[in-house]
Each structure stands twice: as structure tokens, then as C-alpha cells.
Write a protein that binds this ligand. Structure first.
Ligand code: ADP
Length: 350
């Protein structure tokens, strides 16, 4: 049986989704390691409140697992606004959008996840609603065609996207502000892991915390998942916790537990999973010739989306792989990690 990936999105996995929900930050104070994003947001919130206006529309852009959904939920709580959640693919027809917009209460935060997957026709209906809080649509056709205008309550649209470049310029320009989520530093992930460990009644040693934070690829979602798996290992394979507060503590994670967890998950000493290695090996097999996204996806048995959003960003950041206009190539550190030397022809591409 294939090892479940610690790095893949959890869509459709109810256990994982429930677990994530239980660890979500409940306030800006608990939304850790993102002052760069929070500070301008708090100024916007205050300014809107002083003018008694609804908050401007916001676009949250960044890789999966960096906290876009969490921040949208927290934002609604912080400003005391109702929240409505949907996603680009769920709004298939204009009718779906009209249904949602016409039922909004004043000031609602409308969160549309994967907003780059909103069908173009639906997107165009959204423009008027974003700009003037009005939806305009045509009833009937030909001679009987009539233009109808529907007022909607002022609302704040929060769109989240992992693929900002896929949004049209016209759409992007309708957001008041774009918040770009960057991968988290290990120090920020340590804070997140400490908070999560407390909620999970788990004690984690400093060294274990460092190991988890350094192997989480800058993602709170992955950090929490590694913690969860390590807690399982600690409970099943290790002695029960000691100490005066042991009644509250259900598991104790030390570096040995983390190493064992990584072994079980197939994460090696470089923080790479089996799928990462398969990607590097497929590129090595191409002997230095660039591989297109489609071919690479087929070669490693992963979807193009997970390659682009889950695996590649990390491999690129580590300097192992590069995206070129001709396709993906293995970089010098990638060749040496596999214990190979690049063929002569590959050196021209680097
Ligand atoms: P995204 O919507 O960008 O895919 P999520 O908001 O679903 O990411 O975040 C995934 C998980 O990571 C959440 O369940 C939450 O527990 C955790 N998380 C994300 N960002 C933070 C943060 N800044 N502070 C604390 N936990 C966070």
C-alpha cells in the first residue's frame, strides 16, 4: 500500500479536515507568524470602521496550507461580521451566484475559495456586485429582452487563490487589496506547533519541535500534520508520558519519535518524500532534457496541480529543480542529491 503523503492537500479526507478545523486560529492573536499581512489588514479594518463602511474586497494569494481560509474565518470573527463560504467550482452557473448574493446580510464576509476556478460568465456577474452592490442580468431574448437590476447588501468579498496569475486583470483590479501569503519561517512554525501541541495535549521537546518545523516546508498545514502523525507514533510505540502533569499530557514527542515518524512517512534526511524523489529521478532519466509539466506528471503518477502547488515550490526553493520556458530541469544540487553527475548537455541548460 502506498504511504499517504504528508504534503498533499487533504480535500475530501474528513478526518484530516476535522483535525485542521480543531487547530484553526480563532483570533488575530492566534494567527501566528504573519505580522506582515496582519498589520496592513488591521489598519484597513480600523479605517473602514471609522468611516462606517464595509471592508474593501480582499484577494488572498498563496500556496495551499498557508492560512488563507483560517484568516478569512478569523477576519469575520474579528470584525463581528456574518460569514458565508463557497468556492469557485461550486458556483457553476450565474444562478448559483445570484442565489448567494441575494441572501447576504449587510457586511457579510463572502469567502470564495479557489476563486481562479470561477467560470468566466459567473465572474462577470460578480463585477457589478463588487463595484456597485448590484447584479445586472438580462431576462428573455430578442425583442422581449429586459435588463433587470438586483440590489445586494454591501459585503466584503474575500477571494482565495493558489494561482493568482490565472485571474484576469479586470477581476484582480476589483479587489481593494491583495494579501500575499509566503511560506513561514521555521521560527513561526515552531510557535504554531507549540500552540497545536497544547491543544492536542502533547508535550514536544525543543529538538523535536525544531525537526518538525524544519521539515514542514514552510507550511502550517504540513507542520500540524507531521505533529499529528508524531503524536500517533508516540502513543503507540513509546512509553506513556511521565511527570506531575501527566494526567493532562497524552503523548510526549522527542527527536527519536520524530525520526520514526519521518521513516514511516517516507521522509528522508533532506526533508524529501518519495514523490519528491520520483520527480527528481524522472528528470534525471530525461538526461538533462527539459520535461514538460504533463510528461512529468505522467512519469511520477501525480496530478499537474499537485506538482505545481505541492512539490515543485519546495524543490525549487531548495535549488534542486528549475522551471524553464522549455520545461523542468534538474539543477546541480539535484543531481548530486541523487548521487549522479549531470550529463554534458545539461550544463548548457543550467
Ligand atoms: P489555506 O486556506 O491557505 O489552504 P488553511 O487556512 O486551511 O490554509 O490552513 C491550514 C491549517 O494550518 C489550518 O487548519 C490552521 O490550523 C493552520 N494555520 C494556517 N495558518 C496559520 C497561522 N498563521 N497560525 C496558526 N495556524 C495556522
Amino acid at each position: 500500500m502506498a504511504t499517504p503523503s504528508a504534503f498533499q492537500p487533504s480535500a475530501g479526507n474528513h478526518g484530516e479536515e476535522e483535525f485542521e478545523r480543531s487547530l484553526r486560529p480563532r483570533s488575530f492573536r492566534e494567527f501566528l507568524g504573519q505580522d506582515r499581512i496582519l498589520e496592513p489588514l488591521q489598519v484597513m479594518i480600523q479605517a473602514a470602521a471609522q468611516r462606517s463602511e464595509t471592508l474593501e474586497h480582499l484577494l488572498f494569494s498563496g500556496l495551499p496550507g498557508l492560512g488563507k481560509t483560517s484568516l478569512a474565518l478569523t477576519l469575520a470573527d474579528e470584525i463581528g461580521a456574518p460569514l458565508k463560504m463557497t468556492s469557485g467550482p461550486a458556483l457553476e452557473r450565474a444562478r448559483d451566484l445570484v442565489g448567494i448574493l441575494s441572501s447576504l446580510e449587510r457586511g457579510t464576509v463572502l469567502f470564495i475559495d479557489e476563486i481562479h476556478r470561477l467560470p468566466r460568465v459567473v465572474e462577470e456577474y460578480l463585477y457589478g456586485a463588487m463595484e456597485r452592490f448590484q447584479i445586472e442580468f438580462t431576462l428573455d431574448q430578442g425583442m422581449h429582452a429586459r435588463m433587470l437590476r438586483l440590489d445586494v447588501q454591501p459585503f466584503t468579498l474575500v477571494g482565495a487563490t493558489t494561482r493568482e496569475a490565472l485571474l484576469s486583470a479586470a477581476f484582480r483590479s476589483r479587489f481593494g487589496h491583495t494579501l500575499r501569503f509566503e511560506p513561514y519561517e521555521p521560527a513561526a512554525l515552531r510557535l504554531i506547533l507549540q500552540r497545536s501541541a497544547g491543544l492536542l495535549r502533547t508535550r514536544v521537546s525543543t529538538q523535536a519541535l525544531d525537526l518538525l518545523a524544519e521539515n514542514a516546508r514552510g507550511s502550517p498545514r504540513i507542520a500540524n500534520r507531521l505533529l499529528r502523525r508524531a503524536r500517533d507514533v508516540a502513543q503507540v510505540e513509546h512509553a506513556s508520558p511521565r511527570g506531575s502533569d501527566s494526567e493532562d499530557i497524552q503523548a510526549e514527542i522527542d527527536p527519536a519519535v520524530v525520526q520514526r515518524t519521518f521513516e514511516l512517512l517516507g521522509i528522508d534526511g533532506h526533508g524529501l518524500e518519495r514523490a519528491d524523489r520520483r520527480i527528481l529521478e524522472a528528470l534525471a532519466l530525461a538526461a538533462g532534457r527539459p520535461l514538460g509539466l504533463k510528461n512529468l506528471a505522467v512519469a511520477v503518477g501525480e496530478s499537474e496541480e499537485s506538482l505545481e502547488e505541492v512539490y515543485e515550490p519546495w524543490l525549487i526553493q531548495q535549488g534542486l529543480l528549475a522551471r524553464t520556458p522549455q520545461g523542468r530541469i534538474l539543477q546541480a544540487p539535484g543531481w548530486s542529491l541523487l548521487g549522479l553527475s549531470p550529463p554534458e548537455s545539461a550544463s548548457e541548460l543550467r
